[in-house]
Design a binder for this molecule. Structure first.
Ligand code: NAP
Length: 262
């Protein structure tokens, strides 16, 4: 049984701007220990207050075991809207371990007047949709999705990655630019023009960090193939850091010994 006099231990599943902002917002809060967890796919985002752990847990069972052995009282899943596996694992592991869980999920970007979006359900459909558009494609989907486009040997890809690739890309005809948001609309417009881009492929990440390419495409009347978000497990959900802080403080006040929650 957890010692109710000890600090509340909070695990933040991160890899997003919101996860970092949450850890920083809680930095000086008394009687709270924050552990941020990153998958470790990129080199950035590690300059955080509190404790940091990096790498997978080993599926649902691994995460459930971590929650138990590390005496985690509260879990905030602040992972990216497209990180579907860890979000499913977090839901199942928190239930198994009896740890209250909150989903911090930024709202998607709304389509605006002047946008030319084609919405598709997944990455494979995005690759198929490209046959309707011109040759030069800006792929801003992230490293892991590139293989889905490898069959399109008649296309030229401009790929933006967070870190320079360590191995050759699975894509033919790809030019890589690196950068970490927040991006500016003027910069992204210049990039699209410089590479004579015909179509942009994007996830609907939401938030300000990656929106510049969407605004830039609108200003150039370029089409955007927009990949829909994956389904989310049923969760208590908030859309911003402030609301997540409120949830944490509420649960800290009403903390019951771990494993006793309904
Ligand atoms: P994913 O497919 O949902 O997760 C794959 C596996 O990576 C998970 O099963 C887990 O391994 C491990 N993992 C993911 N996030 C983790 C975390 N915060 N801490 C510890 N382990 C984690 O995830 P993904 O789409 O590859 O994204 C990886 C990370 O990058 C996420 O943390 C996400 O927030 C961030 N990110 C993703 C995107 C995106 O477009 N997908 C964009 C920006 C940032 P085990 O099963 O071994 O525990």
């Amino acid at each position: 049984m957890a010692d109710e006099a000890r600090p509340t231990r909070l695990l933040i599943l991160g890899g997003t701007g919101e996860a970092g902002a949450l850890a920083r917002a809680l930095e000086d809060y008394p009687n709270l220990e924050v552990i941020s967890s990153l998958a470790g796919r990129t080199t950035g985002g590690r300059d955080l207050p509190g404790a940091l752990r990096i790498g997978g847990f080993g599926g649902v069972d691994g995460l459930a075991a971590y929650l138990a052995t590390s005496d985690i009282d509260l879990l905030v899943d602040a992972t990216h809207p497209y990180a579907a596996q860890i979000t499913r694992n977090a839901a199942d592991a928190a239930t198994a371990a009896g740890v209250p869980r909150l989903r911090l999920l930024r709202p998607p970007w709304p389509e605006q007047p002047g946008d030319r979006w084609q919405r598709v359900p997944d990455t494979a459909s995005a690759a198929q949709a490209l046959t309707d558009y011109g040759r030069n494609v800006f792929l801003a989907t992230g490293r892991q999705e590139l293989a889905a486009f490898a069959q399109l040997t008649d296309r030229r890809f401009l790929v933006r990655l967070v870190d320079p690739p360590e191995a050759p890309l699975e894509l033919p005809n790809a030019t890589v630019v690196t950068g970490r948001g927040t991006f500016e609309e003027a910069g992204d417009r210049a990039l699209l023009q410089e590479h004579a881009i015909d179509v942009v492929v994007s996830k609907n990440s939401g938030g300000p960090g990656a929106y510049a390419k969407i605004a830039a495409a609108r200003s150039l009347a370029l089409p955007v193939v927009m990949i829909d978000r994956p389904a989310e497990p049923e969760s208590e959900t908030v859309v911003d850091v402030e609301a997540a802080v409120d949830w944490i403080f509420h649960h800290q006040d009403t903390k019951t010994p771990r494993g006793k929650e309904k």
